[in-house]
Design a protein around this ligand. Structure first.
Ligand SMILES: NC(=O)c1ccc[n+]([C@@H]2O[C@H](COP(=O)([O-])OP(=O)(O)OC[C@H]3O[C@@H](n4cnc5c(N)ncnc54)[C@H](O)[C@@H]3O)[C@@H](O)[C@H]2O)c1
Length: 316
């Protein structure tokens, strides 16, 4: 299969590329506005091609008729889109529409797996969000994702593409540096202390709940989506809420202590950031994932296991 990954220099693009390039059956084109690296240690680097391009102007030059599937991961994250409205609208909406148009004309019917987010939801929300809850985003990022979800539905209904929209939970533990996401601390509060560094938790409520998924489980679910029969969802409703688990800040501290030792807790500081609180509190904290599970999606065992896997990945 020939697979295109947009936003391939980013966290999830690299994670997926690493998995695909360890299997000889995939040829992967990685594209990003920053030169996308071929992930280190893959078994088949010869099956990768990297293209540095701005999707806003260059979508047509990236897409070719041999594509079997496209993972659309490019984007500006939540605090980034809130801080720069024009940049968020341009990259998150205009570049995505350009990509869909290029695909429609160059490889009609191609499978497109679009990365949306739980941030499409806003208050008021029921305790448990089901697929019938209407998304009412309270951030530019969430609004932009919702616009693209509608595009994916419409392009699929018209048979221009075979689209699937995955609403990701917050992915934690994310390696590397802090990001321009309001949820950045949800990885930082584990990653930084395990590396002997401090991290500020921007909310002073240890009962604050988040809906998380580990990188490992996300990749499994991305691969499940590659094989889903096209008719497993109605042609005009292509969204799937990807399974997550509900954890509080206290649960996360407990997992850090259990895996990293009690001394790591002293590297955490709790200090309310008034600019982030409204965004954080607008997000859902629990979902009914029965649809996704019935389609074959996986769910994490526990957050402690996620932290163990992350710690182990540091030694590989
Ligand atoms: N990581 C999470 O917790 C999470 C949660 C929900 C949804 N998502 C979604 O998943 C996708 C991937 O997330 P990520 O964490 O890998 O993000 P990331 O920020 O690490 O990667 C996004 C990539 O998009 C690229 N990009 C930005 N503008 C571009 C342009 N004009 N043309 C081409 N490329 C451009 C960036 O250079 C970057 O490498 C995003 O769309 C994000 O909204 C992520």
């Amino acid at each position: 299969m020939h697979i295109l990954i947009t936003g391939a220099a980013g966290f999830i693009g690299q994670l997926l590329a690493k998995e695909l390039l360890s299997d000889p059956t995939y040829h992967v084109t990685l594209t990003d506005i920053n030169e996308p690296p071929i992930p280190a240690g893959v078994r088949h680097p010869e099956n990768a091609k990297a293209i540095k391009a701005d999707l806003l102007s260059g979508a047509k030059d990236i897409v070719d008729s041999t594509l079997d599937a496209v993972y659309a991961f490019h984007g500006i994250m939540s605090s980034g889109s809130e801080a720069n409205f024009d940049l968020g609208m341009t990259v998150n909406i205009d570049a995505t529409r350009n990509l869909l148009e290029a695909l429609r004309h160059t490889c009609p019917g191609v499978r497109v797996i679009y990365s949306s987010s739980q941030a499409v939801y806003g208050q008021p929300l029921p305790e448990i969000v089901t697929d019938s809850v209407i998304p009412t985003p309270e951030s530019s990022y969430g609004a932009e994702k919702l616009v693209c979800e509608t595009l994916v539905n419409e392009y699929t209904r018209r048979k221009f593409i075979n689209g699937f929209t995955l609403r990701f939970p917050t992915i934690s533990v994310r390696p590397g540096a802090p990001t321009a996401a309001a949820s950045s601390f949800l990885s930082g509060m584990i990653r930084e202390p395990l590396d002997g560094k401090s991290c500020v938790i921007p909310i002073e409520d240890r009962g604050f709940k988040s809906w998380l998924c580990s990188p490992k489980t996300l990749v499994e679910n991305l691969l499940v989506t590659l094989r889903l029969p096209a008719d497993s969802l109605p042609p005009h409703i292509r969204q799937i809420n990807v399974p997550g688990i509900c954890v509080t800040v206290q649960d996360m501290m407990n997992a850090l202590e259990a895996v990293g030792g009690a001394d790591k807790l002293s590297l955490l500081t709790e200090k309310e950031d008034p600019s982030l609180i409204p965004i954080l509190k607008s997000w859902p904290t629990q979902f009914d994932n029965s649809q996704a599970i019935s389609l074959g999606f996986k769910r994490d065992e526990s957050f402690e296991q996620t932290v163990r896997d992350y710690k182990q990945s540091l030694t590989q």
